[in-house]
Design a protein around this ligand. Structure first.
Ligand SMILES: NC(=O)c1ccc[n+]([C@@H]2O[C@H](COP(=O)([O-])OP(=O)(O)OC[C@H]3O[C@@H](n4cnc5c(N)ncnc54)[C@H](O)[C@@H]3O)[C@@H](O)[C@H]2O)c1
Length: 387
């Protein structure tokens, strides 16, 4: 039995989902690889140690360089904030390790492209953590678009209102944590939660070729985490509204914010074509609202397709066709299984997985949306070449 020597950066929210996926993916997907939980790295030594003990990681580190130097680590899973994506991911690949890195890949397109360039040069397997690509309903939508069943796509409407805190980030009392700081995060809502919907537009519909946008920072100052009596400046966007042009002629809108109250993970994608349309909402991840022209116009209409294993085998990998069985956690397990499968087969990440190039593209589009909000002009999206 071959082993994957896992080195994980991070122990909190998203690192937990990845760790859980590594521990469990072989329950649901066949793999010749057994993951070995070699090491976890985080800034808080006590919390990192507790995470290591709870989950069975052999070693815990304070410095990611020590994790990468560990000869038993063969895969780096990078779940750190964006300012800790580039250096460890590049160094790990150059040290002969495969890399999966969370989104946004870099704090800017420039940083993300350098990651892509450096890692691609090593030929190591690399993946960006766009877990939402592994939602069966979106995989069906993509298949229908690629098979021409939707005809010419004329219009799309995309939203991502994802609330990290119960009441959203609108409360000024929420401290100046890293997502509000450009030097750590790069952008605000558009780079953080927006990266997912930008990627899903590219994934299901096609390339975004130009953008224009308005952006706002609504809460301009927040209390410092270490000294709430003082406050610091928020220098990223809270909310972005943009217009898009796509490669096959469609136009559309994108609306991204982490402020709205009353909703939770409200990510929607509506795609309207000349022969068919779909509507997806993350609030109902097992369903796709689908309209396809019928020979008998009297029976035409949107219908709800329940996206079970008939729609995509991924859904059947879990608790076959039990209602609502495919959710947030399953996206990560499918993502990690896809990564492990690429390692097993000795190939680079294939669709539906996202490579570092896809990670770069999402950063480029976020950069151009923010640049357009700053200068009020339409911005072309002009990617650097795929290597
Ligand atoms: N795919 C998704 O659905 C999803 C969801 C949430 C977050 N994310 C992404 O995951 C990443 C992490 O987000 P989070 O919410 O888990 O952040 P977090 O702040 O909760 O956790 C970050 C972790 O990284 C560790 N860390 C930070 N700096 C470090 C350093 N210099 N060296 C070693 N470890 C360090 C911290 O100790 C912590 O364990 C971000 O890029 C975020 O955008 C993705």
């Amino acid at each position: 039995m071959d082993e994957i020597g896992l080195g994980l950066i991070g122990y909190s929210l998203i690192a937990k989902t990845h760790s859980l996926a590594w521990i469990n993916f072989r329950q649901f997907f066949s793999s010749k690889y057994r993951p070995r939980l070699v090491g976890v790295c985080g800034r808080n030594t006590r919390a990192t140690g507790e995470f290591a003990r709870l989950n069975g990681y052999k070693r815990n580190y304070r410095d990611w360089r020590d994790l990468i130097r560990d000869p038993d680590v063969t895969v780096l899973d990078n779940c750190a904030p964006p300012n800790v994506h580039s250096e460890p991911s590049i160094e790990a690949a150059e040290a002969g390790k495969a890399v999966i890195c969370e989104k946004p890949l870099g704090r800017s397109a420039e940083e993300a492209y350098e990651m892509y360039r450096a890692v691609a040069k090593t030929s190591q397997v690399h993946m960006t953590g766009f877990n939402r690509r592994f939602i069966p309903a979106l995989l069906l939508a993509r298949d229908l678009k690629q098979a021409g069943r939707l005809g010419r796509i004329n219009h799309i409407v995309a939203t991502m209102y994802n609330i990290e805190f119960g009441e959203g980030f609108g409360r000024p009392s929420i401290p100046l944590i890293w997502p509000f700081r450009r030097e750590v995060a790069g952008h605000g809502a558009i780079g953080d939660v927006g990266a997912h919907i930008i990627d899903l537009i590219r994934f299901t519909v096609g390339e975004i070729t130009s953008v224009s946008a308005a952006a706002d920072t609504v809460v301009k100052e927040r209390p410092l985490p270490d000294d709430p009596s003082r406050s610091g400046k928020v220098d990223v966007d809270d909310t972005v509204a943009g217009c898009l042009r796509l490669s096959e002629g469609a136009i559309g809108t994108i609306s991204v914010s982490w402020l709205p109250v009353g909703i939770k993970d409200y990510m929607t994608l509506e795609v309207y074509g000349s022969r068919g349309s779909f509507k997806f909402s993350m609030e109902r991840p097992n369903e796709l609202e689908l309209f396809l022209h019928d020979e008998d116009m009297r029976t035409e209409g949107f219908r709800t397709v329940l996206c079970d294993s008939r729609v995509h085998p991924l859904a059947g990998n879990f608790w076959p066709d039990q209602a609502g069985s495919y959710g947030y956690e399953q996206t990560f397990i499918s993502e990690i299984a896809h990564f492990a499968s690429a390692l097993e087969r000795g190939v680079q990440i294939e669709s539906p997985g996202a490579t570092f190039y896809d990670g770069y593209m999402a950063c480029l589009i976020a950069d151009e949306l923010v640049a357009s909000a700053n200068d009020g002009k339409w911005h072309p999206v002009q990617p650097a070449p795929k290597l």
